[in-house]
Design a protein around this ligand. Structure first.
Ligand code: MG
Length: 259
């Protein structure tokens, strides 16, 4: 299936590709963030961040975890040490706090069946992307070793090790465009041939800074404008909604023939 820039979209929150599109290139790859896009892991992360940071005298609310989602661990910690202690966290402080946060996160998950559930509709979106002949690329700040195994269990056949950018690959991480620029290279596509699916404002910022049209999916508690203000081209309330309109979004407008 070949795609042109003549698409129609009727979703009320989302302009059509014709209005804010990529300039006529065919889309060849979709870059997927993981937490909050493929797995419903953000509530656990938010719980752990708020609990542990507060224990360390750094008042953090769960919603702050969603606002800062995408930053590296030390990046998030330093935002709060700057605010309350007037300085960055030392590497040792950050390491200790992040170690504790990981323990609390794992406890939270263990008490709820062991692992984060799939985001409803994520599998349907992946299937639509595959049906369009587009590559699926994972772009996450997470650096778990079991990541590919877990993806394969839940979304079999969609992701491969050579088309993944993880926390182990990058120096800066989101909101720096680095991980998305790296994804373009790995996928062998230009920014105008790629799409990003992101749930976090800082993730959208990173993708937009890399010049890639970005689909924001608001699966968390933040107001929509935080995602749109970062430059998202489209906004959907859920992955299922995105799956439902995918064929409208990426079907040629009436009268257009596939080339
Ligand atoms: Mg995310």
């Amino acid at each position: 299936m070949s795609l042109t820039n003549k698409y129609e979209l009727t979703h009320p929150l989302s302009p059509s590709l014709k209005e804010r599109g990529s300039g006529g290139e065919s889309f060849r790859a979709v870059f997927f963030d993981m937490d909050g896009v493929l797995f419903d892991s953000m509530p656990g992360h938010a719980f752990a961040w708020a609990k542990v940071m507060t224990e360390y005298g750094l008042p953090m609310k769960e919603v702050d975890a969603f606002v800062n989602e995408g930053r590296t661990g030390i990046g998030t910690i330093s935002i709060f040490t700057q605010r309350y202690w007037g300085r960055d966290a030392t590497e040792e402080e950050a390491r200790e706090l992040y170690r504790r946060k990981t323990i609390v996160f794992n406890e939270y998950m263990a008490s709820r069946g062991g692992e984060a559930p799939e985001i409803p509709g994520a599998g349907a979106v992946l299937n639509k992307v595959r049906a369009c002949g587009m590559k699926r690329v994972l772009v996450t700040g997470s650096a778990q070793q079991s990541l590919l195994t877990r993806l394969e269990q839940h979304y079999p056949g969609h992701f491969t090790a050579d088309l993944m950018v993880t926390g182990d690959d990058v120096r800066y991480g989101k909101p720096n465009p680095e991980p998305y620029l790296m994804a373009l290279k790995k996928a062998g596509v230009t920014a105008n041939e790629a799409l990003v699916v992101e749930n976090a404002p800082l993730g959208v910022r990173a993708a937009v800074a890399a010049g890639i049209p970005t689909i924001a999916v608001n699966t968390g508690p933040l107001p929509n404008h935080l995602l749109m203000d970062e430059g998202a081209t489209w906004l959907f309330p859920s992955m299922q909604t995105l799956a439902d309109v995918w064929d409208i979004l990426f079907a040629p407008a009436s009268g257009q023939q596939n080339k």
